[in-house]
Design a protein around this ligand. Structure first.
Ligand SMILES: *Cc1c(COP(=O)(O)O)cnc(C)c1O
Length: 423
């Protein structure tokens, strides 16, 4: 099936007489006829459902669709994008581990890696993702366990050179994890470029309608944990909490997701609710057509803003003269996403004045919605970061993040125009 078709048909295929639409299994638990049958599930000897904190059929159908869209072997849903990135990393890291991450990543993930995981004894070196391979290699240490980046960074819309990062990760014997939230598998499938694990905040384009917070993790099945068994004891040595199972031996290509589900989800419990998974399924059905329209509207708006006297600069990878245009052409040939960054002349003060003058476009702490919205990271999402950290992550104090929705582009330009006229 092509991607457009997968959006609609993958993950859930009703059999004769079954509901056409994915049923919501709104149940915490599942009934078995014998104690032994249930016991075998707890031993991971049989696969099946027993408690929704670990697995639920509605969630599994949606995870299977996302995994198929990304070209992975297995996937899982989490309660948020934050949970997906934490689980993706914590599944292969422990106290004493080290991560190499792009410094341009989403502010929430920057805090997760730089503050919270640091408290757990997991260190992170943040790197400028545009450095040469030789420069980037200096960030690796003997205890490095993962490399992390975003296909298109939030909010600076920088495009990651995925092949470069995959080569670097693999030459150091560690997997590359890519947060593909902004591109979605419609516009880029990082696994095809060498990424090993892909994560998502499904809250954004996948949901697409600002309904439910959620996340997803997809494993390519390509990373050979056993070949690096000294680095990944959690996957390659017996798990005493499951009678000594060795995930990589027992589950092969499914080891990574099986461990994340049966161990991390069991112990940390960040499952998406089946109801939210159902909403997500509906969002995914139209993902392909929505992404096409988001990109079409966004390039028109980026070009319009560029032509305005009162606009200082515009960053959007699909613009021919954008510094990421060649990477965008390579990795995102169908278009990047609906998000761009720009600044109005006059800095922080004028930015606020401009935003407050908009009528149709709303100020919300959200991005990648069907409705056009914007925010000012320095005074909203990134306000916890110091000026130095802001600079390091490339977020200028005057940067406005504009997330172009699915409205008529004429209405959007009219609104931008009248607000620009007011400043
Ligand atoms: C929003 C976002 C996250 C965090 O996701 P939540 O669903 O808000 O927890 C992670 N990565 C990227 C790129 C995001 O845009």
């Amino acid at each position: 099936m092509k991607t457009e078709t997968k959006c609609l048909h993958s993950g859930y295929e009703p059999k004769n007489g079954e509901p056409r639409q994915l049923p919501i299994c709104q149940s915490t638990t599942f009934k078995y006829d014998s104690s032994d049958a249930m016991g075998r599930l707890f031993d991971l000897e049989d696969s099946g459902y027993f408690y929704t904190r670990l697995q639920n059929p509605t969630n599994d159908a949606v995870a299977a669709k996302i995994a198929d869209l990304e070209g992975g072997v297995a996937g899982m849903l989490t309660s948020s994008g934050q949970a997906s990135n934490f689980f993706a990393l914590f599944n292969i890291c422990e106290t004493g581990s080290h991560i190499v991450a792009s410094s341009s990543i989403y502010g929430g993930t920057y805090n997760l890696l730089g503050v919270t995981m640091k408290k757990m004894g997991i260190d992170c070196t943040f790197v400028d993702q545009n450095l040469s391979e030789e420069e980037l290699a200096k960030a690796f240490k003997p205890n490095t366990r993962a490399v992390f980046g975003e296909t298109i960074t939030n909010p600076t819309v920088s495009v990651l050179d995925i092949e470069k990062f995959a080569r670097l990760a693999h030459s150091h014997g560690v997997p590359l994890i890519v947060d593909n939230t902004f591109a979605t598998p419609i516009n880029c499938r990082p696994i095809e470029w060498g990424a090993d694990i892909v994560t998502h905040s499904t809250t954004k384009y996948m949901d697409g309608h600002a309904i439910g917070v959620g996340g997803a993790i997809v494993d390519s099945g390509n990373f050979d944990w056993l070949a690096h068994s000294d680095k990944y004891p959690g996957l390659t040595t017996p798990d005493e909490s499951y009678h000594g199972i060795v995930y990589a031996e027992k589950f092969g290509k499914l080891a990574y997701i099986t461990k994340a589900t049966s161990q991390l989800m069991r112990d940390l419990g960040s499952i998406q609710s089946p109801q939210n998974a159902f909403y997500l399924m509906n969002g995914l059905e139209s993902l392909d057509v929505r992404m096409e329209r988001h990109c079409k509207n966004a390039i028109a708006i980026a070009k319009y803003l560029k032509s305005c006297d009162k606009v200082e600069w515009v960053d959007y990878p699909d613009l021919e003269d954008d510094k990421y245009n060649s990477l965008a052409k390579k990795y995102l040939p169908k278009g990047s996403c609906g998000v761009m960054a720009f600044a109005v002349k006059g800095g922080r003060e004028k930015a606020v004045e401009f935003m407050d003058s908009l009528k149709l476009i709303t100020i919300v702490t959200h991005v990648a919605d069907a409705r056009t919205c914007l925010l000012h990271p320095a005074s909203h999402t990134h306000r916890q970061l110091t000026d130095e950290q802001l600079k390091e992550s490339g977020v200028a104090p005057d940067l406005i993040r504009l997330s172009v929705g699915l409205e008529s582009v004429d209405d959007l330009i009219d609104d931008l125009k009248q607000a620009l006229e007011k400043i």
